[in-house]
Design a protein around this ligand. Structure first.
Ligand SMILES: *Cc1c(COP(=O)(O)O)cnc(C)c1O
Length: 409
């Protein structure tokens, strides 16, 4: 390997000038010498030290001390209060439109079914082939279940779905368009306001999956007229493995009916009534008992994003992906590595995907050395950069280690 001291020096200068650099020390493991470069914060964000304390306080004092009284005193409010906090800090959503519940997969099902039912007489769903598996599988299931047809968009592999492509696919039969804001593989950042407008011009509803953008890219769900959105909370929201997801249902659509009619989403759960009457407002999109321990840590990361400022988080994310592109071009292009992500940062989320036929073989060796990107079939390494916990030096160290592995052949 030819250590490129010029790039290392630049990485250190970028870290020294970074206004958000000090946030990194708040994450558990930031000083763990066995993890030299964590490039998978887009898949599982690091825990915050504040969350360790918050979860402990929950277990010892609330659960251990308050026991069943905890539900009335605190826990039953959490799905909506964390939803409101998230809406304010990261989603551009006024209170009463977001709720934490279930997994992204389950919420996709619930909201997609609710949307279909709200557009009677329309029998087609539009989705793209590069969407995340759950998104595709869920609409395939709903199409079977409800006798609907699917219209598949075919975006370019290193890009994604734009408004023109959507306009060419929607029409008077379209009930729902389901898209990811940031494509999980290419990192393409879709133009949410323009696409939402294109869907509405056809009289259809749009459901946005924000798994790869929530907490790292500012959005204005209310101002952009978004109908429905979902996202997970273990990626850039650092809620921990299997932390529950969140749903946004605009105030305008809260009369929609979702299909998993459970007691917690009913109007009067503790009356144990004879029939299902949905709760008014966002509460009806819940189904069963909320996973309280699972959603506890989300609060700390949303607080932290709030104190950093979501636009500052986005600015650092752009700087990190720009640097990752630069280092990749300098160190890896000579080995035939291809960047399969948009070059324009305005069209890119917080990760880049690089492709090379050796990556499948190389990734295990990288993990053994504490260099942790993730692998995506058939030959992609995804470098995910979580702005409050990833340093520029980590980006350099990671890419330099990939070069060293490619040099070994
Ligand atoms: C991570 C991710 C999911 C995950 O769904 P789960 O139900 O939490 O497993 C869904 N959609 C997209 C686009 C994702 O990136």
């Amino acid at each position: 390997m030819t250590e490129d001291h010029g790039l290392l020096k630049r990485a250190r200068e970028l870290d020294a000038a970074d206004q958000l650099a000090s946030f990194r020390a708040r994450f558990v493991g930031h000083d763990d010498a066995t993890v030299r470069s964590y490039l998978d914060g887009n898949s599982l964000g690091r825990p915050l030290q504040a969350s360790v304390e918050r979860v402990q306080e929950l277990m010892v004092h609330q659960w251990g001390g308050r026991l069943i009284r905890g539900w009335d005193e605190t826990w039953l409010q959490l799905p909506k209060s964390i939803g409101d906090q998230l809406g304010r800090v990261a989603l551009g959503a006024a209170p009463g439109q977001c709720i934490v519940a279930d997994s992204t997969t389950v919420l996709l099902y619930k909201l997609a079914r609710a949307a279909i039912q709200a557009r009677p007489g329309r029998n087609r769903i539009v989705i793209d082939r590069d969407n995340f598996p759950s998104d595709r599988f869920i609409v395939e299931g709903i199409a079977d279940e409800c006798g609907l047809g699917l219209d598949w968009l075919e975006p370019p592999q290193d890009g994604g779905v734009d408004a023109e492509l959507v306009r060419s696919a929607v029409g008077p039969d379209t009930a729902l368009v389901l898209l990811s804001h940031v494509a999980y593989r290419s990192g393409y950042l879709a133009d949410m306001p323009a696409i939402t407008q294109a869907v509405h011009d056809a009289g259809a509803l749009v459901l946005w999956d924000l798994c790869h953008s929530v907490g790292v890219i500012p959005v204005e769900l209310d101002a952009w007229g978004v109908d429905l959105a979902v996202g997970c909370s273990y990626k850039y929201l650092n809620g921990g493995p299997g932390a529950p997801a969140w749903a946004y249902v605009s105030a305008e659509h809260q009369q929609f009916r979702q299909p998993i009619q459970g007691w917690i989403g009913s109007a009067a759960p503790f009356e144990m009534g004879p029939g299902y009457e949905p709760a008014p407002g966002i509460g009806r999109f819940a189904s069963g008992t909320p996973p309280i321990i699972g959603m506890t840590a989300i609060q700390d990361m949303v607080d932290l994003i709030g104190s950093a400022g979501i636009q500052n988080v986005r600015d650092k994310s752009v700087a990190l992906t720009e640097f990752a592109v630069e280092v990749t071009e300098e160190l890896l292009a000579g080995y035939g590595v291809v960047i399969s992500s948009p070059r324009d940062p305005a069209e890119r989320g917080s990760h880049i995907t690089i492709d090379h036929p050796s990556f499948k073989k190389v990734v295990g060796r990288l993990w053994d050395q504490g260099i942790i990107p993730d692998f995506r079939e058939p030959d992609g390494l995804r470098l995910g950069l979580s702005p409050l916990s990833t340093s520029f030096e980590e980006v350099y160290v990671g890419v330099a280690a990939i070069e060293a592995e490619l040099a070994l052949g």
